[in-house]
Design a protein around this ligand. Structure first.
Ligand code: HEC
Length: 165
């Protein structure tokens, strides 16, 4: 009777254990995971704050970059006309960035505030090359239904850099 109980007791726990066995290899993995996660977090935190202060360039450098690509210096007055023209579409650059863009702009469709685009009013603009390229691609497509040429970008930069508060 007792041995029968033991046999049953031994027999029954074995069955529910077997589905658990595939889980056991996970336990040894856990300890190394925690430090890995911490290391990832340590990496991710400063990375997350980086783009805002990447500062890999300056407005003057961006102006020089586009002028070099265009093979001609940017012209501020031509840039002003370009910036305020609608180019046959619904919006000009000024529709969202204001005119002159030395104050907080307002997105023409979402109404969201946009920080001033003129370097004199915003120390952060044109300090991150990837960001400059990303927004120029997007905004030129919105306004002109194509990318801006290097000459147009040089003109806009010359105009923006020339603005006084
Ligand atoms: C429909 C609204 C809209 C229009 C039109 C628009 N922009 Fe923008 N632009 C934005 C928004 C939004 C941002 C991002 C602002 C932010 O994140 O603070 C931006 C950012 C930029 C930046 C990035 C500046 C930096 O270094 O941070 C540049 C350059 C720029 N715009 C140029 C232009 C030019 C040139 C035109 C006209 C061809 C134009 N934009 C038209 C909405 C617009």
């Amino acid at each position: 009777m007792f041995t029968a109980f033991i046999r049953r007791a031994r027999a029954t726990p074995l069955a529910p254990l077997s589905p658990l066995t595939p889980l056991t290899p996970l336990t040894p993995l856990r300890p190394p995971r925690a430090p890995q996660l911490l290391a990832l977090l340590a990496l991710a935190l400063p990375l997350h704050t980086l783009p805002a202060q990447a500062a890999d360039t300056s407005p003057a450098e961006q102006l020089a970059r586009f002028a070099t690509l265009a093979g001609a210096p940017g012209q501020a007055e031509r840039g002003r006309v370009f910036f305020t023209s609608r180019h046959g579409g619904e919006w000009s650059c000024a529709s969202c960035h204001g005119q002159p863009p030395v104050a907080t702009g307002k997105h023409a469709s979402t109404g969201k505030a946009i920080e001033p685009l003129a370097p004199v009013a915003n120390a952060k603009v044109f300090t991150d090359t990837a960001r400059v390229d990303k927004w120029l691609r997007r905004n030129c497509n919105d306004v002109l239904k194509r990318e801006c040429t290097s000459g147009e970008k040089a003109d806009v930069l010359a105009y923006l850099v020339s603005l006084k508060p």
